[in-house]
Design a protein around this ligand. Structure first.
Ligand SMILES: [Zn+2]
Length: 345
């Protein structure tokens, strides 16, 4: 059966702010969307665990709820906000972009300053020259609006649909993965489930990678499957580099990734990853193969927690990672839910 694609739910999930350490509203949104039959628990760190008990082996599927953004570190006497990055937000995409500032008095629109084109010397803007304009004329006025050091900013970018099932918006990394796990929960029938299944929606991937550790210690899974975005290499500036992963050709089975150099690399349990490949083959589901450096995900530290778990990962190809216009393909999302459904039933 082909799972439904719920555009309004994904749009709400993407719109909801969830900076690292501040994922509670995203967890609320997911909680409201899960079928009532799932047992829910939030650990003290903020991870949301949704469980469907079963006598079978103990499986945990993991997606992260947080998104990249900025945090206010100073307010200038003129009322501009100077910021630090929360996670690896794209510096290239910042100048001239719209963001939302989240304060004790609610959200405010903000724009990242940029030199007028007329004055642009042509060199790229230095990171420490980035500033945010919220329309305040002074620090005092900014403070009177409720702005405080430590407030967060997220991209202001609504989810949009393009031709042929393309999806564009902020935070598809990894709300698309979260939406896939929610879609899986709806696709599963009681009778079919063959594993004791926990869907773990975890925190603090973009800053520390390690937010999922308490979830593993609580549930002690035998098998962990990460579900997150990966890089697509199908645009004029990325084609031919590293990998042939493209949008629309199915989720990717991760064989290796690494954030820098060759240390801190993730390698899956080989038999488990090969099992994914053969199940996809039997069902005629499209899958791609991922060996990419420059990316790490929440699953990297998890095999070493609990009793030690067999761990593998499935990735959704995404263009323009960590910008306001992350772009994905609905067909990869549907195929991922179909593959996950087959694996747990
Ligand atoms: Zn991610």
């Amino acid at each position: 059966m082909r799972p439904d694609f719920d555009f309004p739910f994904l749009a709400e999930l993407v719109r909801t702010p969830g900076l690292p350490g501040r994922e509670n509203l995203v967890a609320d949104c997911i909680t409201a969307a899960l079928p009532a039959s799932w047992e829910l628990e939030r650990d003290p760190l903020g991870n949301l665990l949704a469980r469907r008990p079963n006598p079978g082996p103990n499986w945990m599927l993991v997606s992260h709820m947080d998104e990249v953004g900025l945090i206010v570190r100073r307010i200038t006497p003129e009322g501009f906000l100077l910021v630090e990055r929360l996670g690896g937000i794209s510096l290239r995409a910042l100048p001239g972009s719209r963001l939302t500032l989240w304060t004790q008095n609610g959200p405010f629109p903000a724009q990242a300053g940029s030199l007028p084109a007329h004055l642009d010397p042509g060199a790229s803007q230095a990171w420490d020259s980035v500033y945010l304009d919220i329309g305040a004329n002074s620090r005092k006025q900014a403070e009177s609006l409720g702005v405080r050091i430590g407030d967060g900013l997220t991209w202001a970018s609504e989810l949009t649909a393009q031709a042929d099932g393309r999806l564009v918006g902020k935070a598809l990394d990894d709300r698309l993965g979260c939406a896939a796990l929610v879609g899986l929960a709806h696709a599963l029938s009681d009778a079919g489930l063959k594993v004791d299944l926990t869907l773990a929606f975890v925190v603090q991937e973009e800053t520390m990678l390690m937010g999922g550790l308490p979830a593993v210690n609580i549930r002690q899974p035998d098998v962990i499957v990460g579900v997150d975005g990966t890089l697509a290499f199908d645009t004029p500036d990325t084609r031919g580099q590293q990998s042939e992963i493209v949008l629309g050709a199915g989720p990717a089975i991760k064989w290796m990734d690494a954030i820098r150099g060759k240390m801190a690399a993730f390698v899956p349990d080989l038999a488990l990853a090969q099992h994914f490949r053969s199940v996809a083959g039997e069902l005629g589901l499209p899958v791609q193969d991922e060996v990419v450096s420059g990316i790490s995900t929440a699953v990297t530290p998890l095999p070493y927690a609990g009793r030690g778990a067999r761990t593998a990962a499935l990735s959704l190809p995404i263009r323009y990672h960590h910008t306001p216009v992350e772009t994905a393909d609905q067909r990869d999302f549907i195929a991922l839910i179909q593959l996950l459904t087959a694996l747990v039933t």
